[in-house]
Design a protein around this ligand. Sequence first.
Ligand code: HEM
Length: 398
Amino acid sequence: MGMEASTEGAPDLTPQTVTKLASADDPRALSRSLREQPVHKVGDMFHLVTRRSDVEDALRRTAVFSWGAVGMNLGNIRPLIPLQVDPPKHVKYRRILDPLFAPKKMALLEEEVVALVKELVDAFAPKGSCDFHEEFAVPLPCRVFLRLMGLPLEDLDLFLALKDDIIRPPGVTLEEQAPYREKAGRAVYSYFERVLAERKAHPTDDMLAQIMQGEVDGERLTDEEVLDICFLFIIAGLDTVTDSLDCIFAYLAQNPEHRRQLVADEAVIPSAVEELLRWESPVPAVPRATTEDIEIGGCPIKAGQQVMLLLASANTDDADHPGVDEVDLERNPNPHLAFGGGVHRCLGSHLARVELRVAVREFHRHIPEYELAPGTVLEYTTGLRSLHHLPLAFPSAG
Ligand code: HEM
């Protein structure tokens, strides 16, 4: 007989527990206590899946754990492509998009990212202090994205405002937040409608142009499909890199021995980035909805229920992966789930890696020694793990 999904063993369990995996000072401790049960049922509809083997299994079984059935509205009026589309259609979209984000293509961006990073660092290096979040982690991914898509730099503030109103709208409940998301959603659609019209009149050769030329079953993507891809890129590609930068630099500011390790040997940076993505898990959970009655770890879950797969908890589950309860910047191999897994595994992971590796390398070349500004109490955000502010102090370069 299957056991009941339980809330025992987890402190203070509410539907918001999953958001605490992002905002906790130590999400690893919360994850550890959550893993005492494979599944926690929260309210009538909501289940948290805590253990690595079950999370991996669910990520793979897309017919049973569907994204399309989640019904999450982020201000979009059609499913976001490819995230909210289930296989087999999903595969067709990824066939178009994967080559555009392939490692070799992304490596070509390195020099441009180096230039952007230097520009940002040069602006605050002489001051001896910065708010890393405001002055670095927020603008960098947005500027890279604008360059990639061939969009004007003047639109930076507009993009930042739109993605904030979608990801972190004012209000607490979904009802309170919905009008902000809908308004921002309408603005995203009309922005890209205008851009697509311009591109048809004056073709370019950037990534947006390549997406517009994409074909599924011998037919061009429709304008609506292109819009639905662009909408997702704004949600998926800007905030996540900001969050990861905040997490990584907050960690290095507080762990000087690790920071000095990668300053002394830059060859450590790629594995250090992977390890800190695993440790911090900036995207702590991903949603799915069940399409049939199932059991996880002996716990029955009915069809049509919402399931949160806790990537953060899976990433520090030492049941089959001993040693993952500590940070090892040279961990290799490091099969973490910070980019998800299965068919929806992050499309932009190679772009994110270029941004994060270059940011870590170039920042430390200019500013190898820094710490949290005196008196700083870090406040992590809920939902996605990021910081409201990250004040750093360092010897002035001026
Ligand atoms: C370090 C930064 C990033 C992290 C931690 C991250 C994390 C993730 C995760 C966990 C998923 C899986 C979602 C799920 O299974 O429900 C995902 C999917 C996705 N990510 Fe990222 N992401 C990052 C950067 C990016 C960037 C730069 C882009 C650029 C466009 C991007 C585009 C996407 C897209 C389009 C998907 C959906 C893929 C699909 O459904 O097939 N991500 N990401």
